[in-house]
Design a protein around this ligand. Structure first.
Ligand SMILES: NC(=O)C1=CN([C@@H]2O[C@H](COP(=O)(O)OP(=O)(O)OC[C@H]3O[C@@H](n4cnc5c(N)ncnc54)[C@H](O)[C@@H]3O)[C@@H](O)[C@H]2O)C=CC1
Ligand SMILES: O=C([O-])CC(=O)C(=O)O
Length: 310
């Protein structure tokens, strides 16, 4: 199985690294516009093969898409990340042009690939990739909910002082500081509702910390995060390539589901070899439905800025 990752920067290279050492794909192609950069990252990762014990072939390329031909999955991480104090939405001016041209190149060489969009503002970039390529909606998937959910579980685990892997929880809605919806009501500690262990005030704080999780890291690091984002992409790619049919919140095109149309936004999806195989209706309550509608309004407003590229 072959995976191409466009953008060999922080997120792209981390994703390539995780995919390789976990043996998720047999070949990973890293491609970037910066001369020699992807080749260097690929070589560095390949030099881990004997010490971490993997057999994935990792190839780097400077903008030569022939090397990406026949990929089963293509991950788009190319574009600029935000700096402290910025929102993800402010990246649209530069990233929309990059995502559009990359989508065209990718499809020309891998007509059957499933595309995973990571570049921000991710929901709008997913919508752009879907419209620009004309691919069926099951084959264009925005990654954000997997990361936001892992942050949600991290903050819950910190508040409860329990291991992250004993926590279940999900974040849906837009992948933005004000559009994310951590589903506190449905989160559990090994199946027992977290409200059995935390006050409303503590749960509200976890939700608020989750929503600005990316901004907090950007402030600490000077650029946005990459370890958890790269690992979250690898987790999603694993579910596709190995047909795991995991339920992962992803940004996908809605046609009536969750009361929305013509928008890509985070909802729980079954992810398998065909990409998005099902959108799961988890029965939101009225308050959650209202939050989802507000989140969709904000994402839709952002999508309007695409009129110059589409
Ligand atoms: N959806 C999500 O959950 C997350 C999204 N992101 C987003 O992912 C993107 C990448 O972030 P980082 O890796 O930290 O940035 P980075 O700056 O480390 O890497 C981006 C890479 O893209 C390359 N690039 C730019 N234009 C290109 C083109 N036309 N073709 C090929 N490569 C190109 C650059 O040369 C650079 O190496 C940003 O937009 C960031 O906001 C980051 C983390 C999580
Ligand atoms: O915060 C950012 O800009 C990058 C990102 O999407 C995240 O880490 O969630």
């Amino acid at each position: 199985m072959k995976v191409t990752i466009v953008g060999a920067g922080n997120v792209g290279a981390t994703c390539a690294d995780v995919i390789s050492y976990r043996g998720i794909a047999s070949e990973v192609v890293l491609i970037d516009i910066k001369e020699g950069f992807a080749e260097g990252k690929a070589m560095d990762i390949m030099q881990c093969a004997t010490t971490t014990g993997f057999n994935t072939k990792v190839v780097g390329s400077t903008n030569d898409y022939t090397k990406t031909a026949g990929s089963d999955v293509v991950v788009i991480t190319s574009g600029i990340p935000r700096k402290p104090g910025m929102t993800r939405e402010e990246l649209i001016g530069i990233n929309a042009g990059i995502v559009k041209s990359v989508s065209d190149n990718v499809l020309a060489h891998s007509p059957n690939a499933i595309i995973v969009v990571v570049s921000n503002p991710m929901d709008t970039m997913t919508y752009l990739a879907l419209k620009a390529t004309g691919l069926p909606k099951n084959r264009v998937i925005g990654m954000g909910g997997a990361l936001d959910s892992s942050r949600f579980k991290y903050f819950l685990s910190q508040a409860l002082d329990k291991p992250s892997n004993d926590i279940q929880g999900m974040v849906i809605g837009g992948h933005g500081d004000t559009t994310m919806i951590p589903l506190t009501r449905l989160a559990s500690y090994n199946g027992s509702p977290i409200s059995n262990f935390m006050s409303q005030e503590e749960m509200d704080k976890v939700a608020a910390d989750t929503m600005v999780g990316g901004a907090t890291l950007t402030k600490l690091l000077g650029t946005s995060a990459w370890y958890a984002p790269g690992a979250s992409v690898a987790y999603l790619v694993d579910s596709i390539l190995n047909d795991q049919k995991r339920m992962i919140p992803c940004s996908v095109m809605l046609e009536g589901e969750y009361g929305q149309n013509d928008i890509c936004i985070g909802v729980p999806c079954i992810i398998g070899k065909n990409g998005v195989e099902e959108i799961v209706d988890i029965k939101l309550n009225e308050a959650e439905k209202a939050l989802f509608e507000k989140s969709a309004d904000a994402v839709r407003n952002m999508n309007e800025a695409l009129s110059s590229v589409l």
